[in-house]
Structures are given as structure tokens and as C-alpha cells.
Design a protein around this ligand. Structure first.
Ligand SMILES: NC(=O)C1=CN([C@@H]2O[C@H](COP(=O)(O)OP(=O)(O)OC[C@H]3O[C@@H](n4cnc5c(N)ncnc54)[C@H](OP(=O)(O)O)[C@@H]3O)[C@@H](O)[C@H]2O)C=CC1
Ligand SMILES: C=C(O[C@H]1[C@H](O)[C@@H](CO)O[C@H](OP(=O)(O)OP(=O)(O)OC[C@H]2O[C@@H](n3ccc(=O)[nH]c3=O)[C@H](O)[C@@H]2O)[C@@H]1NC(C)=O)C(=O)O
Length: 376
């Protein structure tokens, strides 16, 4: 999908992260239960008005609290709908110019330091159900984690979903990104998935409609995947469990788990591995500020502690530059980068849009438009 069109903050407008929205109507919106729907009061920050909903809407809601890199700016509005119907009604009533970004657990996300304009949708735990259905099928709420789906399938003697054990994100993120690991990907097991489109329409699409290729789908901009139906084949519980254990051990041995990371940073280019090209270009261990190319698996970037999103993105761009110079290969980001890049305002100096961290490449790093960039 391309860059985000329209929206509240086009192009280079900076969002000073130090300034939190101040005026809410009503104050801090936790509109549980009764106020949803057409008659719900509209909620307002300094920048946007949004409809009420039965779930929660938080102005300036932190994303760094939960995304894996544990850094980056807030959402203008962080919305957690109570149900599919609540989400549908909310989106129907939302000004079409307000951008909507669905997120899972943020295992594949850089959120820029200026935060994300518009609405970020994070699904509630009630949409993390996993049910077994006849025909070796598993129905999963989009908020369910890959490991949960794989485990329920194993317990029901359904084989073919083991690879989801190695996907640390949600079923929704996996459907959207055609998540893959250990030889299989979502397109191999998806029967259909239900989406709430940006205008609030609820649709169930057969797998073929997603136009799957490697780490790519045709999920429309602003649409939220809310449920997926997967299908496997009959299998032996012990054998399925053993395969899941093998996957877990392999990940443990080769990838920096339990770190502040975003998974694989770049897609594997045709005919080669991203990590091999990164290694050959001398980038293993490369550091900008507290951002580092993992020594263990050099297609992973790490936040060693206090890295800004700008440091992490600049490091990724520096890796791309060095690989391009070394081998001519153009690495393509797999990690989704979202939001606005800024230097937060300091005393007496207004905040400003930045190119991220690299002093020697101030014009090229940071907010340059690239293929999968999702800026406001
Ligand atoms: N194989 C591996 O080891 C790893 C794989 N991953 C991949 O990353 C995926 C991301 O998972 P997760 O952490 O949940 O996602 P993230 O929170 O990282 O979100 C990444 C992107 O996924 C899309 N997305 C997430 N949830 C939904 C949803 N319900 N509906 C529509 N789009 C959604 C959004 O894309 P957009 O804004 O473009 O719509 C979002 O920008 C994994 O499922 C997997 O594909 C990540 C790390 C490691
Ligand atoms: C982590 C992700 O997905 C991963 C997925 O988990 C694995 C497993 O199937 O295969 C892809 O990684 P990959 O191609 O780098 O494969 P890995 O299994 O991680 O590594 C392959 C082999 O190379 C070795 N290896 C890897 C990196 C490194 O610096 N050094 C090294 O020796 C590993 O030990 C392993 O034996 C996916 N990445 C992409 C971009 O396709 C992700 O998408 O975020």
C-alpha cells in the first residue's frame, strides 16, 4: 500500500510531542457502554473531533508503551472499540478525512517520534478469541496472537498452522502482512477474513481477494481486519507439538528474542537473504545512538535502551545505503514505518521536522518517502 493520502497533517507538518491535547468534550473519553452510536457525544482534542464509541478513545494515547521497539510518539487518538459493531459504527461516523491506522501488538512497527495523526485502532481482548470449527478450521479474532492460534490448532489435532508459532504478532497483522516463517505463510492457510472498511462497512473476503504475494496484501488503506478463518489438515498432536518446539528452538538460536526489536527489518530480496547482504556490507553491530544492528541476526535492529525512532529509522536507511553501495541491491523495508518525524520542541526553540539521526546524511534520512512509508 502506498503513503497515507489526506488526513489532518499532510506533508511536513510537525507534531510537537511535548504538547498534549488539552480540551476534551467530555473530559478524557472512556465512553463505555451507553454512549455509543449516532447520538453519542463527539469527542474533541485540539486537532480533531471524533465520534463517541462504546469502547475507549484516548487522546495522546501512548504507543511506545506496547510496541516492541518501546519508543516513538503517541497516537492523536488511540481507540479500542468494544466490538466489531462498535468499530463499524465508529468508522461510519468518523470524518472521512481522518486517517485510520490499525495496529496489532507492534511487533513490526516503527512509530516516528512525532506521533501518529488521526486514529490508531487497537483491538480489544474480546477480539482475541480462537475457536475450532469442522473441516480442520480455526476461527481467530484478529487480536489473537499467532502462538495462541497454533496451540489451539495443535490441541485439536490440526496440522499446517505450526509456523504461526514463530509469528510474534496478531492474526490481524499476519493477515494484513501475509506473515510467513519456516516455509509457510498466511496465504497458504487462509480461507477468508472479515474486515471493517474505512467507511464502516463490514465485509468477509475469500483468501483469493487479498492478492497475496511475499509479505504483501491488498487490504485497503484504513481497513481493520477483525477475524480470520484458517484451515489445516488432520495431524498427530505430538508431531504437531514437536514441530512447534523445533520452530521455537530455531528462533531462539537465530533471532534476538526478548529484545526491543521489530522483527525482520527488510524483506529478503529475490535470490538472496537480506541478512547476508547486510553482513557483506559490514553493517553487523552498526550503531546510531542507542539503535544497533543486531550482532546475532543482522536483519534485526535493536533499541538498546534510549533510542529514538529517528535513530532506528536512520540506522535502517544507513544499512540500505551501505548495501546499495556494496552490492547494488535495494533493500525494501518490511517493518511498517508510521507517523511524523520531529525533533521535540526545546526551551525557546519551536519543534521542527527532522531528518533522523545521521549527521552526515541530514537530507536523506528520516522523512524521505519510500514505498511502504505511512506518514501523515
Ligand atoms: N516472522 C516473524 O518472526 C515476524 C513476523 N512479523 C510480522 O509482523 C506482523 C505484524 O504483527 P502485529 O505485531 O500484530 O502488527 P503491528 O502492530 O506490528 O502492525 C503492523 C502493520 O500491520 C497492519 N495491521 C496490524 N493489525 C491489523 C489489523 N487488525 N487489521 C489490518 N491491518 C493490521 C497495519 O498495517 P497497515 O497500517 O499498513 O494497514 C500495521 O501497520 C506479524 O503478523 C508478522 O507478519 C513481525 C515480527 C516477526
Ligand atoms: C522475523 C521475520 O520473519 C523471518 C522468519 O522468522 C524466518 C524463519 O522462517 O525466515 C525469514 O528470516 P531469514 O530469511 O533471515 O531466516 P532466518 O531463519 O532468520 O535465518 C536463516 C539462517 O541464517 C542464519 N543467520 C541469520 C542471520 C545472521 O545474522 N546470521 C546467521 O547465521 C540463521 O541462523 C539461520 O540458520 C523471515 N524474514 C523475512 C524477511 O522473510 C519477520 O518477518 O519479521
Amino acid at each position: 500500500m502506498g503513503g497515507r493520502a489526506g488526513g489532518l497533517h499532510q506533508g511536513c507538518e510537525a507534531v510537537p510531542v511535548t504538547r498534549q491535547p488539552t480540551s476534551f468534550v467530555p473530559n478524557e473519553v472512556e465512553g463505555r457502554g451507553t454512549d455509543a452510536g449516532e447520538n453519542a457525544p463527539r469527542l474533541r482534542s485540539e486537532r480533531a473531533e471524533i465520534p463517541g464509541l462504546a469502547g475507549t478513545a484516548k487522546a495522546g494515547g501512548s504507543l511506545a508503551d506496547f510496541i516492541w521497539f518501546r519508543t516513538g510518539g503517541p497516537a492523536e487518538w488511540l481507540v479500542r472499540p468494544a466490538s466489531v459493531e462498535d468499530l463499524s459504527q465508529f468508522l461510519r461516523n468518523l470524518d472521512p478525512s481522518v486517517p485510520v491506522l490499525p495496529v496489532g501488538v507492534g511487533s513490526n512497527l516503527i512509530v516516528r517520534d512525532g506521533g501518529v495523526p488521526g486514529v490508531v485502532v487497537r483491538l480489544p481482548k474480546t477480539l482475541a478469541h480462537v475457536h475450532i470449527e469442522p473441516g480442520n478450521r480455526v476461527r481467530a479474532g484478529a487480536g489473537a496472537m499467532g502462538i495462541t492460534v497454533a496451540s489451539k490448532a495443535r490441541d485439536a489435532h490440526i496440522a499446517g498452522l505450526e509456523f504461526l508459532r514463530g509469528i510474534p504478532g496478531t492474526a490481524g497483522g499476519a493477515v494484513r502482512m501475509n506473515a510467513g516463517a519456516y516455509g509457510r505463510e498466511v496465504s497458504d492457510i487462509l480461507v477468508e477474513a472479515t474486515l471493517v472498511l474505512r467507511d464502516g462497512t463490514i465485509e468477509t473476503w475469500p483468501a483469493e481477494r487479498f492478492g497475496y504475494t511475499y509479505r504483501h496484501s491488498e487490504v485497503p488503506e484504513g481497513a481493520v481486519v477483525v477475524e480470520a478463518l484458517f484451515e489445516g489438515v488432520p495431524g498427530d498432536r505430538a508431531e504437531i507439538g514437536a514441530e512447534m518446539d523445533r520452530i521455537a528452538a530455531e528462533r531462539e538460536a537465530s533471532q534476538p528474542l526478548r529484545s526491543r526489536t521489530g522483527g525482520s527489518t527488510f524483506k529478503n530480496p529475490p535470490g538472496t537473504k537480506a541478512w547476508k547482504e547486510i553482513d557483506a556490507a559490514g553493517c553487523r553491530g552498526l550503531t546510531i545512538g542507542d539503535a544497533q544492528v543486531s550482532e546475532k541476526h543482522c536483519n534485526f535492529l535493536l533499541n538498546l535502551g534510549r533510542a529514538k525512532a529517528a535513530d532506528i529509522e536512520a540506522l535502517g536507511e544507513e544499512v540500505r545505503r551501505r548495501v546499495r553501495e556494496h552490492s547494488g541491491i535495494e533493500l525494501e523495508w518490511e517493518i511498517q514505518r508510521v507517523g511524523n518525524g520531529v525533533i521535540p520542541a526545546k526551551a525557546g526553540i519551536p519543534g521542527q521536522e527532522v531528518a533522523a539521526g545521521l549527521p552526515e546524511t541530514p537530507a536523506s534520512a528520516g522523512v524521505t518517502k519510500v514505498e511502504n512509508e505511512r506518514a501523515g
